[in-house]
Design a protein around this ligand. Structure first.
Ligand SMILES: Cc1cc2nc3c(=O)[nH]c(=O)nc-3n(C[C@H](O)[C@H](O)[C@H](O)COP(=O)(O)OP(=O)(O)OC[C@H]3O[C@@H](n4cnc5c(N)ncnc54)[C@H](O)[C@@H]3O)c2cc1C
Length: 387
């Protein structure tokens, strides 16, 4: 098996590196260290700059203003960005946008797609509710047709990017009498529509999430995406576009830990000479390579026109649990210093691994829990009956 890049891919990778080198300021670096799922003001500027220079549309078809590049190029781009923890346009570009291309009306395509590519429009994803997470189809938020409008009432939770987005990509119930998967529809709701309230929700990893409340929110009927009551099908389609994943964020955590081991001397002996530390790091390094192969496999499948499904679940479980193993190893290797937060001048590696320790449980939930992923593997991968 030959994993080497073609000369064109290498040259593209160099261009991405050059772009990052030119635009990654110390201030932006500090901001992206603070935020994990959210984008701060500098991150937003960076996304817009990428938009102006055509970097947001790498994988989008040319007819919608993209570069029409293949999945391996997109993967290379994501990997370079992940290595620096930089934002890449997230689910607006990689999930909602491609779904709009396929099922949106002509007006929606003209109104939203070009402005997504310039970074002007950003969607927060409004699926989860307080009583509908893994069992998403039980959601209760209602959208009722009244003349040329829909009136929306309900609540969403963990709406990650709502505080810096322009719109919500909302899944709501339009037919309460239909079977629960069948009565759902997707809407585009401007975040500043009267009746929308975004409230901060603190997470243990210090990242901000949100609750979003909808009280008699009236939107034009033209903001319905595709056909009424086909929302479940569109959500499944949107999830299929999310299957390209980078592994470099995890590699970066391990590199931080290796830097610490190389630069720290305990009782006159560098930690990097300590057998227990070396074995722990080598073990994690093997696993990071495995993660890279899982992520490259998904990219390659997409390049070949396949949809990684079980493979995406395998990657997600392995990535989130490897983040946990790195965070736990950091506690072991750094001792009490591992608990110091970024604000403390004595915190090793600017508190990044301390933060990872508080954030790793989130990775096991975001994008579907690991238990649900294991059910998918058992059912679709191993051919077992529905659990
Ligand atoms: C960091 C982060 C960002 C997120 N961003 C967004 C976002 O932007 N938009 C959005 O809509 N949502 C978002 N979510 C929500 C996420 O999709 C849900 O947390 C996830 O789907 C799980 O739902 P839940 O939290 O209600 O947990 P539940 O579904 O209540 O699960 C609780 C526990 O029960 C287990 N469980 C549930 N059902 C089964 C089953 N059938 N078999 C075995 N075990 C089961 C779960 O694995 C879990 O351990 C985000 C979550 C996190 C942590």
């Amino acid at each position: 098996m030959d994993f080497s890049l073609t000369p064109e891919q290498e040259s593209f990778q160099k261009q991405v590196r050059q772009f990052i080198h030119e635009h990654l300021t110390p201030e932006l670096r500090a901001e992206v260290e603070r935020e994990q799922y959210a984008i701060g003001p500098l991150g937003k500027q960076f996304v817009r700059l990428m938009g102006q220079q055509g970097w947001l549309g790498i994988g989008w078809p040319r007819e919608y203003g993209g570069q029409g590049r293949g999945a391996i190029d997109q993967w290379l781009f994501l990997e370079e960005m992940a290595l620096e923890n930089l934002p890449t346009g997230g689910l607006t570009l990689n999930s909602a946008g491609p779904t709009l291309m396929r099922v949106g009306s002509e007006r929606q395509k003209q109104e939203y797609l070009p402005r997504i590519l310039t970074g002007e429009i950003e969607f927060a994803i409004g699926y989860t509710e307080p009583n509908a997470g893994s069992d998403l189809a039980s959601l209760q938020t209602r959208a009722v047709r009244e003349g040329d409008s829909y009136v929306i009432n309900g609540q969403k939770i963990y709406t990650s990017a709502a505080h810096h987005s322009t719109h919500i990509w909302l899944l709501a119930r339009t037919d309460p009498k239909a079977a629960k998967h069948r009565g759902l529809s997707i809407f585009i709701v401007p975040i500043d529509a009267p009746g929308v309230t975004v409230r901060p929700l603190a997470t243990m990893g210090s990242e901000r999430s949100n609750e979003v409340f909808f009280e008699d929110v009236r939107i034009p009927a033209g903001n319905l995406v595709g056909e009424e009551n086909r929302g479940w099908y569109y959500v499944t389609m949107a999830l299929d576009f999310e299957r390209l994943m980078a592994h470099n964020r995890t590699r970066r955590y391990l590199e931080h830990l290796m830097d610490y081991a190389r630069s720290t001397v305990v009782d006159g002996c560098p930690l990097s000479r300590h057998p227990r530390v070396r074995i722990a790091l080598a073990r994690l390094a093997v696993e990071v390579e495995v993660l890279r192969l899982f992520s490259l496999r998904s990219a390659w499948m997409i390049e070949c026109g396949q949809v990684p499904n079980v493979e995406a679940s395998v990657f997600k479980i392995f990535m989130s649990e490897l983040n946990q193993r790195i965070a736990v190893a950091a506690q072991d290797i750094m001792g009490p210093y591992a608990t110091l937060r970024a604000e403390d001048p004595a915190a090793p590696i600017e508190g990044r691994l301390e933060k990872l320790y508080r954030s790793f449980p989130l990775y096991k939930f975001a994008g579907g829990t690991n238990e649900v992923m294991r059910n998918i593997i058992a059912q679709r991968g191993l051919g077992m009956p529905r659990g």
